[in-house]
Design a protein around this ligand. Structure first.
Ligand code: GTP
Ligand code: MG
Length: 235
């Protein structure tokens, strides 16, 4: 039952009670971020802890830094280690310390935007907190969500954590260099993920030996061009 205090007087605007719906409150903020960042591509990169997100950011920057301008917001419950690692290879990176929280919320991104220079940036990548559950529920104002799953995690994850795979545009299967040593089937993980999300694109990568990195970079460049064309049409 709706509380009496939530009744709107005649003639007034009926506002949603966001306190009663935190995810809805998050979505309002995500909408503001989307509007603010309408001229650059925003990617929300999600995975379990340790799948290789930060390493991929480092390798991506090395491959693309002469072609385009990339910035990274990285979330972790504690420490600035990932931002430091990225800055060491020249990435415009800023750490979001979530204070123990297992995901990034849109309001954290909005706050962080005041502390990172995005002038001339073509793509902002948000490295989410390592977790396949909660980050799937929080829209961060991104254009696309990319989920990474490493060969050492087991190929059964898509059906266990379906929301993440359902809401992603691309699945990166990482640590391909370890495939000869671990029981992990690319076909099985792709089939399970596509049972959930038939349109999911899949790229197999290794940040260690470089497999698939050019394909990933080409995907990123294609999405940047599409976003620029879209924002040109709107402006
Ligand atoms: N064999 C192999 N190891 C990798 C690869 N990519 C990353 N690693 C290793 O995996 C470990 C975790 O990598 P990170 O890049 O820190 O992973 P992450 O997803 O950013 O981790 P969190 O931010 O803690 O969730 C490190 O020891 C990396 O060196 C890869 O392609 N192959
Ligand atoms: Mg990391």
């Amino acid at each position: 039952m709706t509380p009496k205090s939530n009744y709107a007087p005649v003639g007034s605007v009926w506002c949603d009670n966001t306190t009663m719906n935190l995810l809805k409150a998050n979505d309002y903020v995500a909408k503001i971020i989307r509007e603010k960042l309408k001229d650059l591509l925003v990617i929300n990169l999600c995975s379990s802890p340790g799948s290789g997100k930060t390493t991929l950011m480092q390798e991506t920057s090395k491959l693309l830094n002469e072609k385009l301008n990339m910035a990274v917001l990285v979330g972790d419950p504690e420490t600035e280690r990932d931002a430091i690692r990225m800055k060491q290879v020249g990435i415009n990176a800023l750490q979001i310390v979530t204070g123990g929280m297992c995901h990034i919320e849109a309001q954290m991104i909005l706050q962080a935007l005041d502390h990172i220079n995005l002038d001339g940036v073509d793509v902002l990548i948000i490295e989410n907190v390592g977790n396949l559950v909660c980050p799937a529920a929080f829209d961060l104002g991104e254009d696309f969500r990319v989920t990474m799953i490493s060969s050492t995690e087991g190929d059964d994850k898509p059906k266990k954590y379906p929301r993440m795979f359902l809401t992603s545009e691309l699945m990166l299967v990482s640590k391909a260099d370890l495939l000869p040593y671990v029981p992990f089937s690319i076909n099985a993980v792709t089939q399970d993920a596509r049972d959930i999300n038939a349109d999911l694109e899949v790229i197999t990568i290794s940040s260690l030996n470089g497999v698939g990195l050019l394909q990933w970079c080409a995907w990123l460049e294609r999405k940047i061009i599409e976003k620029k064309q879209k924002s040109f049409r709107i402006n």
